[in-house]
Write a protein that binds this ligand. Structure first.
Ligand code: URP
Ligand code: ZN
Ligand code: ZN
Length: 493
């Protein structure tokens, strides 16, 4: 008799963004074929059965903010992970889909070349499914005219910067982009920090000869993020165009976002584990170690700030929780954190430390281990909402019969898995540190399934997936982020 299903998962508790139910799941031809009350598959035939007794069955993680094989924003080289090592690290932490960046430089006119080049880097190299956001560094007439082609190529989001000399746009350029994005149904992600405030503060610190890693934090004061966040919201409101403010770190910026959302504006926001777990103390470690936690925005003042960011996840201010995996090796004086050390600055200079931290593998387990989020909220911000926001739902981020890819994580509840302290040796990225070294872990995915295949089996060899199995996914326009008013934007007269 022919096998009815490729895989069934029985006796588990299925958690979605809205429900927690004792359901069994059947998978066929890479898709979720059936989700039925416990026992409903007892007569089913399957090539493989996973008994998830006592476990939680959740959609695979969707990480919508990942930098791989990207040039740094200053200095030389490239991020430490390429598409192979970054996606390998992702799958070993339960992330089954990632959206990485395809960066257009200020000196380039077209967006389509960067898209083609990024496809080349990713093709046949990924362990997990993937798509790209385009970073718009130069909104030339040509680049703006290409938004329509991006949409037909399955790219429905872009990222822009209000800081970093290499990418910073002025407000007029941002308006040009928002108008064209609105026309094409593209979601604009904004890195909201005021670059001029940061430059000014950097000059003041240099005059005082303050170069240590911890001054990276001082050079990015909260006000730079707060002002830029408010300005981004204002530009979005003016153009009636949805935006997503990335990697929010500051309570007062979160308050601006919440106030805008309460007014019904299509303002979405992201935060990252860095802002839940790290503080300025992590930037002030002995010697040069603080460089490991240099990212922008920086880890903030205190645990009280982290508490406010946790609260923003729980109350819906933050739509998604992404890793902002932007890995640079620590002990690498050519392209890593130590490239900021020179004859002139033998102890390093904060302004030359490549910005970014690794975290694609630890995002889910760290967050769940903290035990601070309702399980449905956890699924919502780490999987369902990123899929909805970026036009992947319900293909990804859900376990919907006949519609969703069979991308699944099985976790054990607290107390059923042996706790451990995180070390970098356990991880699968190509980076020589994790900023979360030594954290107590109470959770890690037991199994991860990607389109019906077991790709991670923690108790049986760990990584089971293969490079090249991951494929590019064309995305639709966002099902979450829409302008308030339909029709064309009209010049207010
Ligand atoms: O420090 C960070 N976040 N580096 C990555 C680049 C970015 O702005 O996301
Ligand atoms: Zn950014
Ligand atoms: Zn980033």
């Amino acid at each position: 008799m022919a096998t009815e299903y490729d895989l069934i998962i029985i006796n588990g508790v299925v958690v979605s963004d809205t429900d927690i139910q004792e359901w069994d799941v059947a998978v066929k031809d890479e898709k979720i074929a059936k989700v039925v009350p416990r026992g409903g598959l007892k007569d089913a035939k399957a090539a493989r059965t996973i008994n998830a007794e006592g476990g939680y069955v959740m959609p695979g993680g969707v990480d919508a903010h990942v930098h791989l094989q990207e040039p740094p924003l200053f200095g030389n080289g490239s991020t430490a992970d390429n598409y192979e090592t970054g996606s390998r690290s992702a799958v070993c932490g339960g992330t089954t889909t990632m959206v990485t960046f395809a960066p257009q430089k200020k000196t380039e006119d077209t967006l389509l070349d960067t898209l083609a080049a990024t496809h080349e880097r990713a093709k046949d190299n990924c362990y997990i499914d993937y798509s790209f956001h385009i970073i718009v560094g130069n909104p030339s007439e040509k680049a703006l005219s290409e938004f329509e082609t991006l949409r037909s190529e399955g790219i429905s989001s872009i990222k822009i910067y209000m800081t970093y000399e290499a990418l910073q746009l002025h407000d007029g350029q941002i308006l040009d982009i928002l108008l064209e994005a609105r026309k094409q149904g593209i979601t604009t992600m904004i890195h909201a920090e005021n670059g001029q405030v940061i430059d000014w503060m950097t000059t003041q610190l240099e005059k005082k000869k303050l170069f240590a890693p911890k001054y990276h934090g001082s050079s990015h004061p909260p006000i730079a993020e707060i002002e830029a966040t408010y300005r981004a919201i204002s530009l979005s409101e003016f153009m009636d165009t949805p935006i997503l403010i990335v990697h929010v770190s500051t309570p007062a910026a979160a308050a601006h976002i919440k106030a805008a959302q309460d007014r019904g504006l299509p303002i979405y926001a992201e935060t990252c584990p860095q802002y839940l777990f790290l503080t300025k103390l992590d930037l002030d470690q002995p010697g040069f170690e603080g460089a490991k936690c240099v990212c922008s925005p920086p880890p903030r003042e205190s645990e009280a700030d982290c508490d406010v960011i946790w609260e923003g996840l729980a109350n819906g201010t933050f739509t998604i929780l992404s890793s902002d995996h932007c890995p640079f090796r620590y002990d690498d004086s050519a392209t890593g954190k130590k490239s900021s050390i020179s004859a002139e600055h033998p102890l390093g200079h904060f302004k030359y430390i490549p910005n970014g931290c690794p975290g694609i593998e630890t995002r889910l387990a760290l967050t769940l281990s903290a035990g601070r989020l309702d399980l449905r909220k956890f699924v919502e911000v780490t999987s369902s909402n990123p899929a909805k926001l970026y036009g992947l739902y319900p293909l990804k981020g859900a376990l919907v019969e006949g519609e969703s890819d069979a991308d699944i994580n099985i976790w054990y509840p607290e107390g059923k898995m042996e706790e451990f302290d995180l070390t970098n040796e356990m991880l699968h990225h190509d980076v020589d540190y994790t900023p979360f070294e030594g954290r107590r872990m109470r959770q890690w995915p037991r199994w991860t399934v990607l389109r019906g295949r077991v790709v991670w089996d923690r108790d049986n060899g760990g990584l089971r997936g293969e490079k090249g199995y991951g494929r590019f996914v064309k995305r639709e326009t966002s099902s979450l982020a829409k302008p308030l008013r339909e029709g064309e934007w009209e010049l207010p007269l």
